[in-house]
Design a protein around this ligand. Structure first.
Ligand SMILES: [Zn+2]
Length: 287
């Protein structure tokens, strides 16, 4: 065999590592993803989970629904509602398994970030609406990248789903993944998308939202600097800003959130290589 053919063979052998493909092998759990195989004649625009439109992707001409499962989803049988291209209703069942998440206790020195003052409440309510609107955004992109790049270099400090106590008071579970990095470290878009909103929030600090299409939205919090504007297209790997410690934090880190059909899901599920969570040097909490 000529040497050039050998080199080509070697490149072909390497290719799968270069082009990671989102695995369809997911265990549906609260905070996870259900991959539901759809009948070939399903109208992709008709698929709903709890009245919300669902991302549909194709593998080898076979359609699959990629369904985000909120942390509050009950284990057991769940259903997708859909229609065939001939407008016939379909009901597709899938099972959600139980998952136990660990508990984390954090001490926050700025007690106002744990028990906000009356004057903070109006701001927090307004911001929750803005954040909710961004995370439930829908756009009709036909191709959606489900393979993400890690947005920041650094160890994982707090995993997704932790049941949290701030200063011994129960709060919402950890709805994202924390990556520890120094102030000013670049944050990169994990996949192509459009910046749909940015803001400076009471708990989340400086924040960017990227719409990747079909209800897949990513969120970046506590940034020291924002380099993008709403409406701007970003490429995978493009710098969108820098790590900081704005909002409710104990140190600089990126809180990375992923929303799918308006359910907050574990960002690790979108990384080709799922790194093992490392023990936190300092807890880095966010709501
Ligand atoms: Zn966080």
């Amino acid at each position: 065999m000529p040497r050039s053919s050998l080199i080509l063979l070697f490149i072909a052998w390497l290719l799968p590592a270069w082009c990671p493909a989102f695995t369809l092998d997911h265990t549906p759990v609260p905070g996870g993803i259900a991959v539901v195989r759809l009948p070939a004649d399903t109208d992709p625009a008709s698929v709903r989970y709890e009245q919300r439109r669902v991302l549909v992707t194709r593998r080898e001409n076979q359609p699959y629904a990629i369904v985000g499962l909120a942390l509050g989803v009950q284990p057991g049988r769940h259903y997708l509602e859909a229609k065939t291209l001939a407008n016939k209703p379909q009901r597709l069942a899938f099972e959600v398994n139980d998952k136990a998440y660990e508990t984390q206790r954090i001490t926050i020195k700025d007690t106002r970030k744990v028990n906000p003052e009356k004057r903070d409440m109006e701001r927090i309510r307004r911001e929750q609406e803005q954040i909710g609107a961004a995370l439930s955004h829908w756009s009709d992109d036909t191709t959606v990248t489900l393979d993400f790049l890690k947005p920041v270099d650094g160890p994982l400090s707090s995993p997704f789903g932790l049941r949290r106590y701030f200063n011994d008071q129960p709060r919402n579970p950890h709805s994202g993944l924390d990556i520890a990095a120094g102030e000013g470290a670049p944050i990169r878009a994990p996949a192509p998308g459009t910046v749909i909103d940015t803001g400076e929030f009471f708990f989340n600090g400086n924040t960017v939202f990227i719409d990747h299409g079909q209800g897949l939205i990513t969120m970046y919090c506590h940034m020291s600097r924002i380099d993008v504007k709403p409406g701007q297209r970003v490429a995978a790997g493009q710098v969108i800003g820098a790590v900081g410690m704005t909002g409710r934090v104990t140190g600089p880190h990126l809180h990375w959130g992923v929303s799918l059909n308006n359910a907050r899901v574990d960002p690790l599920l979108f990384l080709a290589e799922e790194p093992v969570a490392e023990a936190p040097a300092t807890p880095a909490p966010t709501p």
